[in-house]
Design a protein around this ligand. Structure first.
Ligand code: BYC
Length: 469
């Protein structure tokens, strides 16, 4: 179904046919716009940004491109097409019809999951709000704003579900999504990673590589949900999520490419010499990678989780690509999970967070391997690698344990003494920040990152992707 852009809130859900819901959402809309002005990208409200807007929800031809001022972006409500007679694909309810309304017994759980998902979307926009001032190119500035407007739309997606299916408490939760703020001492965002500051573009690229990839896996799990409106919403969101991860992959690849260029020119791997040449040395990149990877691992929850078991058993949340597994019931079976106290044989349903985390780690590793291959091909010995999943955790069995990046427990004193070898130090952050000077001439790129290989939507790389007001 084509999205109706004549409406105040573009949608493919026939909002005009539901006056109560339309009124409720039109009431929330100005609050969202106020939030965007106060907490969204700082200072670029008047800039013309070359943005992609969804025009239909099928896999082909769903994007229209053009210069838009961000506050005029057409945020709306888009669900993937319904699958006729869809049944639930896992758990004790496998094979029964998907729910078109919220079952009373799952109301609290579904609301909490939708709120948790919704909370991450505006959180990430808040985390990134100052980055526009230091973009390494207009191309990158456009990418940032594309990600930001789409995260804004993902918030709309969850707010729609809250308004349409959860009555008054859903409306209250939708208000609260605009009241919590990333890093706020009194009203922080719900999940840990979304309260971490993103103050430089290296962090932005690693966040979009690692944390948006958690988004992909969580959305894929929710796309399997027995609650059909949630499943359809997430299926459409996944199309946008893919672009966010691309921004991360390309961003880090360009950082590695530029650093290798300097390493070859100067014939050195020495961090100090490379820093003096104005590029990010690879050990610093590794420390940033360690930080964002370990933080993103926390987003999958504990290894042993009765919540996860209940979500799976009751058909609320499946595994990413549930169709690829043989056993969709998982009443038997166990997963061996390593804890500081030794190996645990965890019943499979209780280990669903870990099953998903392991699939995520594999997905993360592929890009890291490619970056290491770039380094090897350039003739240097350094290798980037994912740290052990035990390292630097704040959630689950390994939370607050003093473990080195290889996964070996080292004791608190040794850990503290070596912390700055493993995670970005204050000096690393200051150095990376010192590189962050805006480049705003079309086609020009900051010295710490290689130029993009191609432009956007077949436009040249030197196109004026953002016309600054
Ligand atoms: N920080 O049984 P457990 C994205 C809480 S990213 C703080 O292990 P469960 C995006 C947990 O909530 C994807 N608290 O947890 C990316 C629970 O609290 P309650 C976001 C945490 O329920 C980039 C308690 O600990 N979507 O879209 O199995 C840019 C017990 O834990 C954390 C979702 O997360 C943490 N890291 O699983 C923009 C999907 N981890 O309920 C967007 C919805 C756990 O006892 N969320 N806790 O008070 C979920 O499916 C689940 O809530 C979780 C946790 C996977 C997060």
């Amino acid at each position: 179904m084509v999205i109706d852009y004549q409406e105040r809130i573009p949608n493919n859900i026939d909002l005009a046919g539901n006056a109560t819901l339309q009124r409720a959402l039109e009431h929330w809309q100005p609050r969202f716009l106020d939030w965007w002005r106060d907490m969204g990208p700082s200072d670029f409200l008047e800039a013309d940004v070359y943005l992609r807007t969804a025009t239909s929800v099928d896999a082909k031809g769903w994007a229209s491109w053009g210069a838009v001022k961000m506050p005029d972006y057409r945020w709306g409500i888009f669900l993937a097409e319904p699958e006729p007679d869809r049944t639930i694909g896992f758990g004790d309810v496998m094979g029964t019809p998907a729910w078109q309304q919220v079952p009373g017994e799952h109301r609290t759980t579904l609301r909490r999951l939708i709120v948790t998902q919704g909370d991450t979307e505006p959180a990430s926009v808040e985390q990134q709000r100052l980055l526009g001032h230091t973009a390494p190119s207009l191309y990158d500035l456009r990418s940032l704003f594309q990600v930001n407007v789409e995260e804004g739309r993902h918030l709309w997606a969850m707010v729609y579900l809250l308004h349409a299916y959860f009555g008054r408490d859903g409306r209250e939760e939708a208000e609260a999504l605009l009241a919590r703020h990333s890093g706020d001492a009194d009203q922080p965002r719900i999940l840990s990673t979304f309260n971490e500051p993103i103050e430089d573009w290296l962090s932005f690229f690693l966040f979009t590589y690692f944390t948006d990839r958690d988004g992909k896996f969580q959305l894929m799990s929710l796309a399997e949900s027995g609650f059909d409106p949630l499943a359809r919403t997430c299926r459409f969101m996944l199309m946008e999520e893919a672009h966010h991860m691309m921004v991360g992959v390309n961003g880090v690849t360009r950082v590695v490419a530029r650093t290798l260029e300097a390493m070859k020119a100067l014939k050195t791997e020495e961090p100090d010499k490379l820093r003096a040449a104005g590029v990010v040395d690879l050990p610093t990149l590794q420390r940033y990678l360690n930080f964002w990877f370990s933080s993103s691992l926390d987003l999958f929850g504990a290894e042993v989780s009765s919540n996860a078991a209940a979500y799976f058993a009751t058909g609320i949340k499946g595994r990413p690509d549930e169709g690829h597994y043989d056993d969709h019931v998982c009443r038997d079976g166990a997963l061996a999970v390593e804890t500081p106290e030794g190996a645990l044989n965890v019943p499979l349903r209780n280990a669903m967070n870990e099953v998903t985390r392991q699939a995520y780690i594999k997905d993360c590793d592929s890009g890291v391997q490619r970056w290491s291959k770039m380094i090897a091909d350039a003739g240097f010995a350094f290798r980037l690698a994912l740290p052990s999943p035990r390292f630097h955790r704040t959630i689950g069995a390994w939370a607050n344990r003093f473990v080195d990046p290889s996964g070996k427990p080292v004791g608190e004193a040794a850990w503290q003494a070596r912390r700055d070898e493993w995670l970005p130090s204050a000096a690393d952050r200051a150095f990376v920040k010192s590189l962050m000077r805006p480049v705003t001439a079309p086609g020009k790129v900051a010295g710490w990152i290689a130029a993009p290989e191609r432009g956007v939507n077949r436009l040249p790389a030197d196109y004026e992707y953002v016309r600054l007001a």
